[in-house]
Design a protein around this ligand. Sequence first.
Ligand code: DC
Length: 232
Amino acid sequence: MKKLIIAIDGYSSSGKSTMARRLAADIAYRYIDSGAMYRAVTLYALENGMIKADGTPDIAALKAALPHISIDFSPAGADGRQHTLLNGRDVEHDIRSLRVSEHVSPVAAVPEVRHALVAMQQALGREGGIVMDGRDIGTTVFPDADLKIFVNASARTRAERRYAEMQAAGTHVDFEEVLANVTQRDHIDETRAESPLRRAEDAIDLDNSRMTLEEQDAWLRARFNEALKKHG
Ligand code: DC
């Protein structure tokens, strides 16, 4: 049976990574968090003085650094998650910080960064059997994906989720700050010139504001089964 390519796009903290990861585990496909790749590049830029005083990236320095940035994913660890590796170093915790969240959208808007990461993402999905989540997976990375989902939820619901996640990880932040970050990232992601956050025309919409995790899993599994019948 053919192994499918599944693209899950949507707004930040819409729960798309959780649903993508759980589906991948359920159907024994590989899961790739493309946002983690943009976060890893952002962490690299922050650590190497490539973010200017006004908070925007130093594009020339970032472009020159791209060939020296390698991003991989470790196999799933004891916590059931695969960890993001930046030049071999486990940065899974660091890339989820508010500091990285605050700088990632401008870095992800740099065309050269996008070209490099999109090429890596396409290479990862070449064999199929992949669930990838992000902003432009169904539009730019895999326009021919076998199943495309576009996830949305209100900005407040999404900020509450991100806040709970950060609290659980032991990061103490102000809720209003998290909400402001979510709204600001939506705006930058939607309005950037290079592959903005956009729903693919053939995507299936999901608003999961009022769904439990189990309902969401069942909904996605049903969409997968339909896609498998059609394309498998
Ligand atoms: O999904 P996330 O919040 O971890 O994504 C972090 C940032 O990366 C987000 O603000 C936009 C960017 N991103 C992107 O531009 N394209 C993707 N395919 C995935 C993420």
